[in-house]
Design a protein around this ligand. Structure first.
Ligand code: F0G
Length: 350
């Protein structure tokens, strides 16, 4: 059996590369689509989890970054830059170092999860924390990329979307050439919902899947610019990955929802944390932002907006280990005890 070669090689006919393009890959993609048995039973639906946390840097960003960096190298670029709530910076740092590019990441100080910051530093990028939020970081990043020889790798870069659409292809392949009834996905800067919708449409057109799913995008309540139809100057949410008040792919996300007869809605931090903990007990550890998809599904089942027996895919965008601080803040960490057999048996309940 042939080994997985990364999303560009695997879906080459759908990717804007030439036969001789040098591909920069960490063998991203081919992530599991896990049947969520407990949640399916509880919600009376058929729920699958597209677990993007097992990509090389622990998030879906790798699908877009392999193509953005491949195209930058093809173009002879020497440096890349991004603003990030954490995962894009981790991914850019890894692929940038793999390609030998100077990599610069601009992040909101104190508002990126520990694992993501660690990755950006370990992969040798220039990390610049700013006293501001993601939207401020992106403004500056866009100005630098527009005026200096450094390539933007945020999702404004069209190759990011082209690479990320591969996740929709995988979902259809994994379901046996079938699309789900519903695709639920967290929304931050709104690139990924745009990418999935593009992917489903292209696969449908190529007759590689049977239909188009309804797209349900979920923002966090404190950063729900699209739902509230206004830019949010001080976005807040425990899900720092989607703490964004002015999403750049705003209109495209609305188009995806409208064309697919789906919607963009929000979930509260409490709903996010509930889904986050429930997922962990299903055996799948995703970061808080990722749980917005499942929180949204729970909300929509309750509202009867998702019918019984529906085939639903929730995108879990990033790994739970990215953000140990949030995880530990939701649970009680046990105190150390003496190495005494009886005491320990008592704690185990034996
Ligand atoms: N989930 C996670 C874990 C993310 O890191 C992001 C975005 C999203 C969901 C939302 O995806 O922006 O395409 O709508 N993170 C970006 C970053 C903003 O900088 O890492 P989106």
């Amino acid at each position: 059996r042939k080994l997985w070669e990364g999303i560009i090689n695997e879906y080459k006919e759908f990717m804007p590369v030439r036969e001789n393009t040098k591909i920069i890959t960490l063998q991203e993609g081919n992530t599991p689509l896990i049947f969520a048995e407990k949640l399916s039973n509880k919600l009376d639906i058929e729920l699958y989890l597209k677990y993007e946390g097992v990509n090389p840097t622990g998030s879906f960003k790798d699908r877009g970054m392999t193509l953005a960096v491949t195209k930058a190298v093809e173009n002879g670029d020497k440096a890349i830059i991004c603003a990030s709530t954490g995962n894009t910076s981790a991914s850019a740092a890894a692929y940038g170092s793999k390609a030998g590019l100077k990599t610069v990441v601009i992040i909101p100080e104190g508002k990126i999860a520990l694992g993501k910051l660690t990755q950006a530093l370990m992969h040798g990028s220039i990390v610049i924390p700013i006293k501001g939020n993601f939207d401020n970081a992106l403004d500056i990043t866009r100005k630098i990329a527009a005026n200096y020889p450094i390539t933007l790798v945020n999702s404004l870069n069209p190759y990011r979307i082209e690479g990320q659409k591969s996740a929709a292809f995988e979902v259809c392949d994994q379901l046996g050439g079938v699309s789900p009834d519903i695709l639920a996905i967290p929304v931050g800067n709104a690139g990924n919902i745009t990418a999935y919708w593009k992917g489903f449409k292209e696969y449908y057109q190529a007759q590689r899947t049977n239909k188009l799913p309804k797209m349900l995008g979920f923002e966090a309540e404190g950063s729900a610019a699209i739902v509230k139809k206004q830019v949010i100057n001080s976005p807040e949410t425990i899900a720092t990955a989607i703490r964004i008040g002015n999403p750049v792919n705003w209109e495209k996300a609305v188009d995806a929802a409208t064309e697919s007869k789906g919607s963009i809605d929000f979930v509260t931090d409490e709903e996010i944390l509930d889904a986050y903990k429930e997922l962990a007990l299903e055996g799948v550890f995703a970061e808080p932002a990722s749980a917005a998809s499942v929180a949204g599904i729970k909300k929509y089942v309750k509202l009867n907006k998702i019918g019984k027996g529906s085939k639903v895919v929730a995108v879990l965008t990033g790994h739970g280990l990215k953000d140990p601080d949030t995880a530990l803040s939701t649970i009680q960490t046990p105190e150390a005890v003496e190495p005494n057999l009886d005491k320990i048996l008592n704690l185990i309940g034996l």
